[in-house]
Each structure stands twice: as structure tokens, then as C-alpha cells.
Design a protein around this ligand. Structure first.
Ligand code: G6P
Length: 615
């Protein structure tokens, strides 16, 4: 978590850093700060709150002149969010300044040693310990900043992406990474540093992504030097051409990124299957799967590891893989899997799903699975992310940047990719007939248009949101493919409206949640025609007898649920295995509208962050 930005070059650093921080706020937003070198001194301003709060106060605190600077937006780990714990942090002499994304686990021991050596600390952060460790090494060994950073990092246990500069050497910034992402944008005689490429995309599309345990010294007007932290060997960095464009990371007229991303889903799904789904030839082409077909065909089982919404997409895939490709699937929270000493063997395939490709628990689960000999396949959205690089093979979702903290288009594109993989394997294994396969391809190709139609319910969903916005609890029910959608609907509502919501398999309702139902309880029930429709209708009857308020998500033209429910939201008909791609749309809209009506910060809900790079 946390976003870091830096600039060194010929332009004014402040506007670049400020704008960059705003773009990185999805990574954390409980405090923000900037340090600039004004030609003589370091000027630093930081505050609890958002980047907007920093912007409001910075001009009254410091001059914002300078062509070298670093900035930070924080998601607190060590130390509550307050002005003092905000980054950047000075070293004791005031000569060095640092921003840090990650956690220094052994900071307590290091801090004690530094206190014994006369250092004092104003904040509760691990980061202030790191900058003083660097200063101590630099002074005691009389070495350059880069060398001191390198030695300090060999003493550190934990994760970091850092940027440090020294006011006595104002022509360089030292950066390093282990476990937290760090991109360096390369312009003409200028460098940009950031947690992802969004802060510098309008200036350059050439970027280097540091690998774990690498550091770089970026010097004004000089070539960049990247080296391994441990053995000091020089690395020839790969300069990547970025595909990102500015419109993708702006709101484009929508009130919130979340709404924009909900509406982007028809195109995002198309982008996901473009070039892979060849309906006229009745084939699916996915190089990551093709190249490893033998492994997939020999797989005893698939273990899916993921967190949050990606875990829900994994649950949907359990139904898809088992049904179509007849491969047993287990879906695991990455955070549980990694600490459970799981039984994994060489014929297991681990599929790691992650929008950001940076989630610490998922990354650790991958490393564990690899160490036990499993083949690990990644399903990521962010190209070049840590998980994309750590996995043996993979398939990108191509959803484009997702900025709203509550995940929407990542979910539907993950399901799209997983459906493509399952269908491809089903074909290869012969567990699907050619006519059924073709039918699936045709239906999948029609999904973007059907999502478009599902989005037409927006105004109606808004009117339902108006009725239930004051409710304290919600229940979401679904069965089969739509049970994970119920979980996801409940998660969306919790995340952005702060209303308590639970997702449940509809039939399990009688084993507990039914006790909660009274005339004040809204229950969202997904009751599409091709699922276990009759069973769900019985569940709806049970709710009705207890006077619960029913919001049915039904297939267009449904009459039975319409008679029973208080409200029905229609989605177009499709194959049951693809129905999550449609039923999830009204649930996203419902949570969105309730959150807006409650005046919540939709794109940056409290306490959350988009990319959880701490465990
Ligand atoms: C955070 C985000 C969620 C996301 C989860 C997993 O909790 O707020 O939206 O689903 O992390 O993230 P990943 O990037 O691995 O999909």
C-alpha cells in the first residue's frame, strides 16, 4: 500500500508530484506529504488526510519551487495516521529525506540500536528508522548515499519501495525495491519515480520496473544505473514501452471512477477476449495455456489463490472448471493458504488471480506453491506486475486501469479469462461437445452487448437504492454460479456504503440468516432462469413468509419472481455459466447508488486501499 512519486529533471517538480499523488491515492489515502529541494534546502510539508488537504496547506507552509522532489500518499501500518507519522521523513541531521511503501519488520531492533547510538525519533514509523539507519551507515563509514542505502537494505527484513535524497547531493535520487512496486519513467534528461506508471504517463512511455532486490541511482542528465542490492552487480534494465494512455486514468465525465469502470465493462470484456475468442473458427487461442497444455491436461486439480474480489472470481471459476473441464478445483484465500502448510504436488496447478498483481498474500502464496513444485499460472490485470512476473505463465485480463478501490471491471474480466481457459481445456480434454463449445463461444461473444443491456437498469436500480439507503443490514443470496456473485454483491455494499451485508448460498439461509429476516430486511436474491431456479423460488417464498423485502435479479421476462418480489431487476438471458457477468452488474450499481446517496467517498472508502502490499 502507499503511493510514492519522485521527480528529478528540468521541470518544476511540485505539480508533477502533486498530480502523481492524486493518481496514486487508490493505494492509500490517510495522509500525504511532499519534500522538495529548492536549490539550497529541503522544504517539506505533510499532513494527515488526503492529497487535497496537502494541496490546501502546502502553499502557506513552503515554497513549492524546485526541480527535485518526492511525495507520498499513505496507508498506515506503523503509527496512526497523523501529521508526524506522514511521509516524507527526515534523518536526524535533516540532510536526508525518504518516502517508503512497505514494512520494515525488524524496525524495533534497529531502532533500539540507533537510540543507543544517539539517534532520536519523532514518529512511530518504521520508515524513520530506515532513514536514520542509512544516515548512520553513511556517516560512520564515510560513504556515498547510494552505498549507504545498499548496506542499510541488507540489514532490513521486510518489504519496501523507497526513494531517498540528500540535500548535499541534490542531483540524484536513490530508489530500491523489495516486494513493493517501483517504476522509473525515463524522459529527456529527466526521471520520474512512482509506484505505477500513471503519474508520468503524459511525459514518457518509456519505463523501467525495478525487480525485487534491485536499486537504482537516478542522476539528473545522466544514464540510469541499476544494480543488485545483495551482490552489487550491475543490471541491464529492460526499458518497457507503456501502453497506458491518459484517458484511461481520468474520469472522462463520470462522477466517480467506480461508475466509469462499471460502464466500461462491455468494452473491457471485449478487450479481454479479443484475439483469443475466434468464434467463426470455433477456437480459443491463449498462448499461456497452449504453451503449457501438457501440464494442464495432466493436472490432478487446480488450486486457486486470491484475495477479496479476485477470490470471488476464483469461486465462480470453481463452478466453471469443474462443470466444463471436469478438473477438481479448490479456492483458497491466499492469506490462509500461505500459512497452512498445504499439500501441493507437482501435478497441481495453482492459479493466482489478482487485479493489481501486487497483493502481498497472493504473492507469498505463489512463492510457496512454487517452492513445493507446483506450476503457477497468473490471471492479472496490471501488465508487468510482481505477480505477473513471479508466475510461470499467465493470461492478462486487459481490463485497463481500475482506479476505484471497489473492484468492478476486474471481476468481470477475470471471470471472462477464466471462462476462456476452462473452455479451452474442456475442448482439449473432450469434456465438452463441439456444438456445446461453439454455443459457449457464441454466447460469450454476445456478453458485452448483454452487459450493455443490463446497464440500462441503472435508473431503476437507483430508485431501489433510494428506498433502502437507510437500511442497516442487507442479505444477498444466490446459488451455484451465482453464489459467489451474492458474496461479491455484499462485499461491494460493505466496502463503499459501510452498510453491513452478508452473502450466502440461498439454501443455507435456513441454517442461520433466516433468523435475521423481518419486514426491515432487504434481501437481494439472484434467481436467473437457467440456474436452480425452482429451488431459489422456494427460498424466495420462505423469505416472503417472514416479510423480508425481496429484490430479485431475474432473467428478462421472468413472471414468477415478479409476483413474489418487491422489486425485480432484469438481466438478459445467457448460459448459466456466464450469468455472473450479467447478474453482478445491478449489484455493482445498487451499492454505488446507495454509497453516493449516503455521501460516502465511493472511490476511496475509509480504511481500504486498492493494492494491499502488506500482509
Ligand atoms: C483490496 C482491494 C479489493 C481487491 C483485493 C485483492 O482489498 O480493495 O478490491 O479485490 O485487494 O486485490 P488484487 O489486486 O489482488 O485483486
Amino acid at each position: 500500500m502507499c503511493g510514492i512519486v519522485g521527480y528529478i529533471g528540468h521541470r518544476e517538480a511540485y505539480p508533477i508530484i502533486l498530480k502523481g499523488l492524486k493518481r496514486l491515492e487508490y493505494r492509500g489515502y490517510d495522509s500525504a506529504g511532499i519534500a522538495l529541494y529548492d536549490g539550497e534546502n529541503i522544504k517539506l510539508s505533510k499532513t494527515k488526510g488526503k492529497v487535497d488537504d496537502l494541496e490546501k496547506r502546502i502553499n502557506s507552509e513552503i515554497s513549492t519551487v524546485g526541480t527535485l522532489g518526492i511525495g507520498h500518499t499513505r496507508w498506515a501500518t506503523h503509527g496512526v495516521p497523523n501529521d508526524i507519522n506522514s511521509h516524507p521523513h527526515y534523518s536526524n541531521s535533516g540532510d536526508l529525506v525518504i518516502i517508503h511503501n512497505g514494512i520494515i519488520e525488524n524496525y524495533g531492533t534497529l531502532k533500539k540500536e540507533l537510540i543507543n547510538r544517539g539517534y532520536s525519533f519523532t514518529s512511530e514509523t518504521d520508515t524513520e528508522v530506515l532513514i536514520n539507519l542509512i544516515e548512520d551507515i553513511k556517516k560512520s563509514e564515510n560513504i556515498k548515499l547510494g552505498q549507504a542505502v545498499q548496506i542499510a537494505l541488507t540489514q532490513v527484513v521486510g518489504a519496501y519501495a523507497i526513494a531517498v535524497f540528500d540535500k548535499n547531493k541534490p542531483n540524484e535520487i536513490v530508489v530500491a525495491r523489495l516486494g513493493s512496486p517501483l517504476a522509473i519513467g525515463i524522459g529527456d534528461d529527466e526521471f520520474f519515480i512512482a509506484s505505477d506508471a500513471s503519474p508520468f504517463i503524459e511525459y514518457t512511455n518509456n519505463a523501467i520496473y525495478l525487480e525485487d532486490e534491485e536499486m537504482a541511482i537516478v542522476r539528473r542528465g545522466k544514464e540510469i544505473k541499476v544494480r543488485k542490492i545483495k551482490d552489487d552487480s550491475l543490471v541491464n534494465p529492460y526499458v518497457q514501452k507503456l501502453q497506458l494512455n491518459l484517458e484511461q486514468i481520468e474520469k472522462g465525465g463520470y462522477e466517480h471512477f467506480m461508475l466509469k469502470e462499471i460502464y466500461e465493462q462491455p468494452n473491457a470484456i471485449k478487450d479481454t477476449y479479443r484475439g483469443r475468442l475466434l468464434t467463426d473458427k470455433a477456437i480459443i487461442k491463449m498462448s499461456g495455456v497452449e504453451d503449457n497444455m501438457k501440464k494442464f491436461l495432466n493436472a490432478n486439480r487446480i488450486i486457486v489463490v486470491a484475495c477479496g474480489t479476485s477470490w470471488h472470481a476464483g469461486l465462480v471459476s470453481e463452478y466453471i472448471f469443474e462443470n466444463l473441464a471436469r478438473i477438481p478445483v479448490e479456492v483458497e484465500y491466499a492469506s490462509e493458504f500461505r500459512y497452512r502448510n498445504p499439500v501441493i504436488n507437482e501435478n497441481d496447478i495453482v492459479i493466482a488471480i489478482s487485479q493489481s498483481g501486487e497483493t502481498a498474500d497472493t504473492l507469498a502464496a505463489i512463492k510457496l506453491a512454487k517452492s513445493k513444485g507446483a506450476f503457477v499460472f497468473g490471471v492479472c490485470n496490471v501488465v508487468g506486475s510482481s505477480i505477473a512476473r513471479e508466475t510461470h505463465a499467465g493470461a492478462y485480463t486487459h481490463a485497463g486501469p481500475e482506479i476505484g478501490v471497489a473492484s468492478t471491471k476486474a471481476f468481470t474480466t477475470q471471470i471472462t479469462v477464466l471462462s476462456l481457459i476452462a473452455l479451452r481445456l474442456a475442448r482439449a480434454k473432450g469434456t465438452i461437445s463441439s456444438s456445446d463449445f461453439r454455443h459457449h463461444l457464441i454466447e460469450l461473444e454476445m456478453i458485452p452487448d448483454k452487459v450493455e443491456k443490463a446497464l440500462k437498469s441503472d435508473d431503476y436500480v437507483k430508485s431501489i437504492a433510494e428506498i433502502y439507503k437507510g437500511t442497516k443490514n442487507f442479505l444477498y443470496l444466490g446459488r451455484g454460479y451465482n453464489f459467489p456473485v451474492a458474496l461479491e454483491g455484499a462485499l461491494k455494499l460493505k466496502e463503499i456504503s459501510y452498510i453491513h451485508a452478508e452473502g450466502y448460498p440461498a439454501a443455507e439461509m435456513k441454517h442461520g440468516p433466516i433468523a435475521l429476516i423481518d419486514e426491515n430486511m432487504p434481501i437481494v436474491v439472484i434467481a436467473t432462469k437457467n440456474g436452480q431456479y425452482d429451488k431459489v423460488v422456494s427460498n424466495i417464498q420462505e423469505i416472503k413468509s417472514r416479510k423480508g423485502k425481496i429484490i430479485g435479479i431475474v432473467t428478462k421476462g421472468d413472471q414468477i419472481v415478479k409476483e413474489l418480489a418487491d422489486h425485480v431487476i432484469e438481466v438478459p438471458e445467457t448460459l448459466e455459466s456466464l450469468s455472473p457477468l450479467l447478474t453482478t452488474i445491478p449489484l455493482q450499481l445498487l451499492s454505488y447508488h446507495i454509497a453516493v446517496m449516503l455521501d460516502r467517498n465511493v472511490d476511496q472508502p475509509r480504511n481500504l486501499a486498492k493494492s494491499v502490499t502488506v500482509e
